[in-house]
Design a protein around this ligand. Structure first.
Ligand SMILES: C[S@@+](CC[C@H](N)C(=O)[O-])C[C@H]1O[C@@H](n2cnc3c(N)ncnc32)[C@H](O)[C@@H]1O
Length: 309
């Protein structure tokens, strides 16, 4: 993407620390700070803890190919390929970092995460220009704008589990305001997030999804598409929005296959309780997807401002 510098019409006041309306650091660490070899076995070589982009029929595709396609999709549409400076919110086990090291080894990259194990794991292989910070976006500050922001399946943690629609919109507004301040005019944010599909409350699939959010991703919540659009409007124009539940159905099936085929090995590594907990929870997530309660959003936004071609 051409990096056109224009005057920013939105005042850039220094960002004070933003209140955390979502998951606590303790609950994030309880979920993610586990034995990396558990994740290596079930997520596969990409170590992406988010849905891939699958071609159909899915039995002609593989988890690895789907994950690579997903990473390249976000890199391409966000403009990260031609960017000087990129921010990732929630770098997980570093799947995007690995891909960017291959595609843009010279990139000025900053990644944020709250999980110590993940940061330690990624720092073992990431070069110096790929900086990983153990910091929430709510406290991260920079005085140099980014050209692109990517955030794959971290937004599920940004609103509290009891938040109603208005409270979710407020939590997401704080996030998009952060992105708006961190991005140059014309810069893009590419976001992937599990969200509510348009299904009547009270259905079995919805109930399963709610119980998983409560019991598995302790302090999480999910957005409706309309909430993300309302929350991002003051700072962004919409470039792309899609709902792709099948991408998660195929990804969950592949993760479950991996867990089952490594079950004996994983039982010895992390204990049968944790392995069966993952199998049970991912099976329920799959049911929530197949039942139509949840969907997978990909949302691409462009920072508002005059654009000079
Ligand atoms: C499901 S993982 C996704 C990881 C990665 N994007 C991927 O696709 O594999 C969610 C990530 O979001 C991070 N996270 C959650 N809340 C955060 C916050 N407030 N600030 C920064 N990172 C956060 C977690 O530490 C974790 O790395």
């Amino acid at each position: 993407m051409a990096s056109t510098r224009v005057t920013d019409p939105i005042p850039q006041t220094p960002t004070a620390t933003i209140p955390n309306l979502g998951a606590s650091k303790a609950s994030i660490q309880a979920h993610y700070d586990r034995e990396p070899r558990l994740y290596e076995r079930f997520l596969g070589a990409s170590l992406a803890y988010s849905a891939g982009i699958w071609i159909e029929p899915s039995n002609r595709d593989t988890l690895e190919a789907a994950q690579l396609r997903k990473l390249d999709w976000h890199i391409d549409i966000s403009g990260a390929e031609s960017a000087q400076r990129v921010l990732e919110v929630g770098f997980g086990w570093g799947s995007l970092i690995k891909r960017l090291i291959t595609r843009r080894p010279d990139l000025d990259y900053v990644g944020l995460s709250l999980a110590d194990n993940q940061a330690e794991y990624v720092r073992r292989y990431a070069p110096e220009n790929f900086k990983t910070e153990l910091a929430a976006w709510q406290v991260y500050q920079t005085n140099r704008p980014f050209d692109a922001i990517l955030s794959l399946e971290a937004m599920e943690h940004f609103a509290g589990k009891t938040a109603d629609r208005n409270e979710r919109i407020e939590a997401y507004r704080l996030f998009f305001e952060f992105c708006g301040r961190a991005l140059r005019v014309g810069g893009r944010a590419s976001i992937q997030v599990n969200g509510w599909a348009n299904i009547a409350p009270g259905s079995e699939a919805r109930h399963i999804a709610e119980s998983r959010i409560d019991g598995f991703w302790t302090e999480g919540n999910l957005p409706h598409a309309s909430e993300m659009l309302l929350a991002s409007e003051p700072w962004f124009n919409l470039v792309h929005l899609e709902g792709k539940p099948h991408d998660y159905v195929y990804t969950l099936r592949a993760w479950l296959r991996n867990l089952r085929s490594h079950e004996a090995d994983l039982n010895a590594l992390v204990g049968p309780e944790m392995v069966s907990d993952y199998i049970r929870n991912l099976t329920l997530c799959l049911k929530a997807y197949v039942g139509g309660a949840v969907t997978l959003y990909r949302l691409v936004l462009e920072r508002k401002g005059p654009v000079v071609a």
